[in-house]
Design a binder for this molecule. Structure first.
Ligand code: GDP
Length: 296
């Protein structure tokens, strides 16, 4: 379960605080040292942890808290609010274009879960009454095109592909035209990933971006890679510009560092989380619900 270790440690720290009745500034500061260590152990970025502790401490050593009858509870409330803020505060939704089709470009490294997530996202949007089309632009990995067709078939969502001899830009453009012709109001474009970020990949994505002008560039990153996921997101955001993040494999991530850091580091919201391999395992991301899981 996500935040396993973090949750256990924070609950231990707060139990001590609650047991104390009245709190001094020193009590709060020593609790904050424990919180800091727990967050670092959960693989949260150092700068994010530092800023977080500073904010919480500033609020928690105020008179209102220290002189309250339940200071321990107040500190927990502040930590809960700041954890929620850290992850973006409120739910961020996909912005649908007023002039359909809404074009969503899925980008990310190989193995992050892009192709699977494309299908999952299509299924979610279908449930909202949309008519999605999946477009296969990963021409370097022929199996990826096939994989998208398999996913599309399972979900009864149409897939547009042109094989692997046409450039991704042209496939994307043709896919959008196809979508317009057949009344698809959302076009989800699956792009190629590499094992690492390289210039050719970025150039290709920049080309697709400038030619098709997507409404949403959604980065798919693997939560289990922790700080690497955050670095990948930071690079994609500064090089290409992203609008949102889908964090996959949260079902296998016990630490939760990426979930807690990626918004603060990139300034871009997590919009969905992947919670398993099944095509139904995608959920909208609610910062408050995840924060509550940490504090139990
Ligand atoms: P791509 O290379 O980015 O297109 O990645 P794929 O879509 O092929 O996914 C790579 C692997 O990750 C597959 O085995 C997926 O089933 C798996 N995967 C994707 N999302 C999730 C998730 O949220 N949870 C788990 N446990 N596995 C996932």
């Amino acid at each position: 379960m996500i935040f396993e270790g973090l949750s256990e440690k924070l609950q231990g720290t707060f139990k001590k605080l609650k047991g104390k009745g009245k709190l001094s500034e020193k009590d709060v500061k020593s609790a904050m040292r424990e919180v800091k260590l727990a967050l670092l152990e959960a693989d949260v970025s150092y700068k994010v942890v530092k800023d977080f502790i500073k904010k919480v401490t500033e609020r928690a050593v105020g008179h209102e808290v220290l002189e309250s009858l339940t200071p321990g509870q107040q500190v927990i409330k502040i930590v809960n609010e700041e954890l929620t803020n850290l992850m973006g505060n409120t739910q961020s939704k996909i912005m649908f274009s007023s002039k359909p089709p809404t074009i969503i470009l899925l980008v990310g490294l190989q193995g992050a879960g892009k192709t699977t997530t494309g299908g999952k996202l299509g299924a979610q949007l279908k449930k909202l009454g949309k008519r999605p089309l999946l477009v296969a632009c990963d021409v370097y990995r022929p199996a990826a095109i096939k994989q998208l067709h398999v996913v599309g078939e399972k979900l009864d969502i149409p897939v547009f592909s042109m094989g692997d001899k046409v450039s991704p830009v042209n496939i994307a453009k043709a896919g959008i035209e196809h979508g317009k012709k057949y009344g698809n109001d959302v076009v989800i474009i699956d792009t190629a990933g590499r094992l690492h970020i390289d210039e050719r990949l970025m150039d290709e994505l920049k080309d697709i971006k400038s030619e098709v002008r997507p409404h949403e560039i959604m980065l798919v990153v693997d939560a289990m890679t922790g700080q690497d996921a955050v670095n990948v997101a930071d690079t994609f955001n500064s090089e290409l510009g992203i609008d949102g993040i889908i964090l996959t494999k949260l079902d296998g991530d016990t630490r939760g560092g990426a979930a807690l850091s990626v918004r603060a580091v990139t300034g871009k919201p997590i919009k969905y989380i992947g919670m398993g391999e099944k095509l139904t395992d995608l959920e909208p991301f609610y910062p408050d619900r995840l924060a509550s899981r940490i504090l139990g």
